[in-house]
Design a protein around this ligand. Structure first.
Ligand code: GLN
Length: 483
């Protein structure tokens, strides 16, 4: 590895100062994908124009034209983002032939910043899952141990960065899908505040929870990519007009004015002792750098999973109604239109997606709406109020991301409840629209990485990056064997 073992900030500067060529950097990324990804399965489509686009970046640099913050940098994009002329499937059979006529705002902004999209990454079908086992393209393998999952739903994006196939990647996080795979693959992944990043052109799962964010190999690379994609977009009415700060430039590791909240519900007796040890170690590091700590309570945490699975499935049942064999993707023909709908949806969607559409349709149906969807929305508001109260006393929360290290492929596939409860520490953050990040906290005794979660008030991503950098400076960096 000549380039991909370095930071994207360094490589970008070397490209812009003509020390190296974008085309060589992109070539290295493509060669690594061609060899290593045969086994990992993190990509489901490659951009055959990537080298051409890198050459165009080099030409611009030669001509002295102004270059963007990601000039010539290979980036991978989850298959939930529409990419013009590049197949986009949400890893579902129902969209297996879909080539979008336009790109998501996130993709456009990455390209405008000079990034080269090398390909589309594997994920759970319609981003529904925690292990990437629900993909029409098969499971993604964890670069740390190929018998284990990379996490989900953005498993391919996490695996690609952990294996250094690209400098960064894009994920979406509805209930943990950036933070959980980042934790399981030992890299950095941030879900920004709801509204920070435009959802335009991202295939919708649960619109009031979905947010896009980056995976990267360090704090500053993550903040740099987020800066490129964040900001108001007139095409998404839920995107925020809040100014986008220069997080990377403003990073401060002065922890002396920081109070960290430790939620007692996240550190219960049933917490895996190794996960606990790594989270507590991070808290000790922050304390040794001057931070104060405070035990806090988020008393409604126990309702987060049931509330999440009612809200998410209800919104999904409505969002996925558009896949009917008429406007998008695959159609199973029949002389009767109702039969055509039934066959297309019956054969096009996978088991987990169908299960969720049925659950969501039930929760929204008349007679049950008040008891399920409406009740869940009310409890969601109470969860938000728990956080608001806590954030009047502390600047950030530090806690676990997941309940375990990466599990074996197949281990939880039949145990839906255990799979769903994997998200116990991440879903509340989406329900409350808060920013949350997973930062590598060290290795467990089985040699697998464990992330630490940092949660901050709305639009306080700077606080998250400051804490992340402090941890990064004080925790030894580890990479998967053989990468
Ligand atoms: N694992 C959760 C689910 O299956 C979260 C997925 C996500 O964030 N997209 O819904």
């Amino acid at each position: 590895m000549k380039f991909l073992n370095k930071s994207l900030l360094e490589v970008r500067n070397d490209i812009v100062s003509k020390k190296i060529k974008a085309v060589d950097v992109v070539q290295e990324s493509l060669s690594r994908i061609n060899t290593l990804d045969k086994e990992l399965n993190s990509f489901v489509a490659l951009n055959d124009k990537a080298l051409e686009q890198a050459e165009a970046v080099d030409k611009k640099i030669q001509a002295g034209e102004n270059q963007g913050p990601l000039a010539g940098i290979p980036i991978a994009v989850k298959d939930m983002f529409c990419t013009k002329d590049l197949r986009t499937t949400a890893c579902s059979n129902i969209l297996k032939n879909f080539v979008p006529p336009y790109s998501a705002t996130v993709v456009k902004r990455l390209e405008a910043a000079g990034a080269i999209i090398v390909g589309k990454t594997n994920c759970d079908e319609f981003a529904m899952g925690s292990s990437n086992e629900n993909s029409a393209f098969g499971v993604v393998k964890n670069p740390w141990d190929r018998a284990r999952v990379a996490g989900g739903s953005s498993g391919g994006s996490a695996s690609a960065v952990a294996a250094r196939l690209a400098f960064g990647s894009m994920g979406t996080d509805t209930g943990g899908s950036i933070r959980q795979p980042a934790s399981l693959c030992g890299i950095y992944g941030i879900k920004p505040t709801y509204g920070r990043v435009s959802r335009y052109g991202i295939i919708a799962y649960a619109s009031s929870l979905d947010q896009a964010g980056p995976f990267a190999g360090s704090t500053k690379e993550a903040s740099e990519i987020l800066k490129v994609i964040a900001g108001y977009d007139e095409k998404d009415s839920t995107s925020s007009a809040e100014a986008v700060p220069d997080w990377t430039q403003n990073i401060s590791t002065d922890m002396s004015k920081m109070t960290i909240g430790i939620p007692k519900e996240y550190f219960g007796d049933d917490l895996n002792p190794e996960i606990k040890k790594i989270a507590m170690n991070a808290i000790e590091i922050l304390k040794s750098k001057g931070a104060k700590t405070k035990e806090i309570s988020l008393p409604h945490t126990k309702f987060a999973i049931p509330v999440y699975y009612l809200v998410a499935t209800s919104e999904a049942s409505s969002n996925l109604a558009r896949y009917d064999g008429v406007r998008y993707g695959v159609r199973i023909p029949s002389s009767d239109i109702n039969d055509m709908y039934a066959k297309t949806r019956g054969q096009g969607f996978g088991t987990e997606v169908k299960k969720r559409i049925m659950l969501g349709t039930f929760a929204l149906s008349s007679g049950y709406y008040d008891a399920y969807y409406k009740k869940a929305s009310q409890v969601r508001h109470i969860i938000l109020k728990d956080f608001a109260k806590v954030f009047s006393e502390v600047d950030a929360i530090v806690c676990p991301v997941t309940t375990s290290t990466a599990f074996k492929i197949g281990e939880k596939i039949k145990d839906t409840i255990s799979m769903y409860y994997n998200d116990i520490f991440t879903t509340s953050v989406n329900l409350a629209g808060l920013p949350g990040m997973s930062v590598p906290g060290g290795l467990a005794s089985n040699g697998l990485p464990v992330g630490v979660q940092i949660i901050a008030p709305h639009f306080k991503e700077q606080t998250i990056f400051n804490i992340s950098q402090t941890l990064e400076d004080n925790i030894e960096k580890k990479v998967p064997h053989g990468i």
